[in-house]
Design a protein around this ligand. Sequence first.
Ligand code: NAD
Length: 255
Amino acid sequence: MLMQDKFGYVTGVANHRSIAWSIARALDREGCRLALGYLGEREKQEIDKLVVDLKQTPLLVSCDVTKDESVQEAFAVLGREFGRLDCVVHAIAFARREDLDGRYTDTSRDGYHLALDVSAFSLNCLARGAEPLMGAGGGIVALTYLGSERAMANYNVMGVAKAALESGIRYLASELGPKAIRVNGLSAGPLRTLAARGIKDFSAMHKMHAARSALKRNTEMEEVADTALFLCSHLSRGITGEVIYVDGGYRIMGM
Ligand code: NAD
């Protein structure tokens, strides 16, 4: 029971395929008292069906990261109900389909702002909200992808957003470190989720990953969830500002 007596806020649960949902299950399994963040009513209805599988009934906290008042209200609820937080999981990303399908060169100003706002700036919002509740220190974990450092086909503006997210992880880690708040990234191999459906030719990417990774297979949800659990727990107490790759060794391979 790694997370006994700990309180966590996991954002980005859209449905049973969400990476955030697997992470929530891993944290719940280890005794964490959870709050699940969701965007809107559609997501809430999905979560209502899922939570029966958890050991402890989670708090459901709506949060649209593009709206300051929504983020403030979410952390006010967390403060009122939990009084503290030990971990926060950022599993949020969005880009318009046309900005993923077309040429990166042609990304619109609006599309660029939207992708960076939802997928990267949102980590600032969550860290700022969590800081006063993490008086005893804590772990913040953000989901990222290798498209941050390599030009991946059809990842486009999302790759740029992930680069900003990863850089933000380092700045936040450096500022919040003196308060024992650790901030890390978890770079996952391709997983079949709702967000992944927005990426053109995702199946080809998925297949290529299995063929070229060191482990010669695709990444599994549970191994991503277990690494997130590790990064949230005291087992990773000496690690901050890092991006940990859970990709079966795809990144280390030559072509
Ligand atoms: P998902 O679609 O299940 O999750 C994305 C979540 O972002 C959804 O819950 C959605 O509601 C939320 N979201 C979008 N806009 C929001 C807003 N304005 N405010 C609050 N929440 C908002 O897909 P996923 O693949 O589980 O994505 C989770 C994270 O994992 C993302 O950051 C994604 O980039 C990252 N990731 C995914 C993969 C993959 O292959 N699926 C690989 C590496 C990293």
